[in-house]
Design a binder for this molecule. Structure first.
Ligand code: BEZ
Ligand code: FE
Length: 293
């Protein structure tokens, strides 16, 4: 009978069963699990028809907000904590911890050489980041690629300010040297609000959540025979480390950007003193047969 528990169970069973012939077993598992969990949510919370229509309109608006430089679905996954959950459950341990990709890696980083500056605006808080890439056992990785992106001192990525920032500002794709090292000049990034002018902003507003992320620099590190690592380093003395809007802070990724006053060291790094220096190791995990699936 319509509306009864048995009728509801029969709908769930039929929807799960409709995917039984999906040839790819993993796809079958994912689709049947999705139906089971979605139906469980509906059964538990019993959305009204207007609430369901609101949800459909909301997801429609999320899709309509997406374009080549704006990824509202990633943002939604981020503020719901799903991106961070997927990252964390996929970690195997043994290397540097991962964290979210975020929506601002939608353009290719320009190729740069060690020592280059990624600050094309000449900002006034000079900073040097020095990275050593190793395999999980500590062996330095020569020729690894280190893809970096960050916002300005004012808290904006280049793609958010096409009239103010040149494309590629705050971005660089660097190869490591024969000791696994690379360094670059930049500015200290600011904390910033994630974009709130779309449906994700409506959600944060309705739930009285703030939109801020603590200051950070993004990395994707890749090397032959290793699992790619997507991570950040967070600036240790900034705000929002304990309330990141996308739940992405891990203690091990919080880094001291030490102030350096030494003129010789400044000359060595081609900056003026005082400057801030972050020296980090990034360890990536060797690929396993499971990764080849
Ligand atoms: C970012 O760090 O670029 C970011 C991550 C998640 C949501 C918004 C921005
Ligand atoms: Fe970011």
């Amino acid at each position: 009978m319509p509306g009864t528990n048995e009728a509801a169970q029969a709908i769930t069973a039929a929807a799960v069963d409709s995917f039984r012939d999906t040839p790819d077993p993993r796809l079958r598992e994912l689709l049947q699990g999705l139906v089971r969990h979605l139906h469980g949510y509906v059964r538990e919370l019993r959305p009204t028809i207007p609430e369901w229509e609101y949800a459909v309109d909301y997801l429609t608006a999320v899709g309509q907000k997406c374009d080549p430089t704006r990824q509202e679905f990633i943002l939604l996954s981020d503020v719901l904590g799903v991106s961070m959950l997927v990252e964390t459950l996929n970690e195997q341990g043994g290397g540097t911890e991962s964290t979210v990709l975020g929506p601002f890696h939608m353009v290719e980083s320009p190729q740069r050489a060690s020592g280059d500056s990624i600050d094309l605006l000449g900002g006034d808080k000079p900073c040097v980041v020095s990275v050593r890439v190793t395999s999980a056992d500590g062996t330095p990785l020569t020729g690894a690629s280190v893809d970096v992106w960050q916002c300005t001192e004012d808290g904006f990525y280049d793609v958010q300010q096409p009239d103010v920032q040149p494309p590629g500002n705050g971005r660089g794709l660097f190869p490591t040297d024969d000791e696994g090292r690379v360094w670059f000049r930049t500015v200290i990034p600011s904390h910033y609000p994630i974009p709130t002018d779309g449906p994700v902003g409506v959600l944060l507003d309705a739930s009285e959540r703030h939109p801020y992320r603590p200051a950070h620099i993004h990395f994707i590190v890749e090397a032959d025979g290793h699992r790619p690592l997507t991570t950040h380093i967070f600036v240790a003395d900034g705000p929002y480390l304990d309330s990141d809007a996308v739940f992405a802070v891990k203690e091990s990724l919080v880094v001291d950007f030490a102030q350096v006053d030494d003129e010789d060291k400044a000359r060595q790094y081609r900056v003026t003193a005082p400057f801030r220096l972050a020296e980090i190791d990034i360890a990536i995990e060797p690929e396993t047969p499971k990764d080849a699936r």
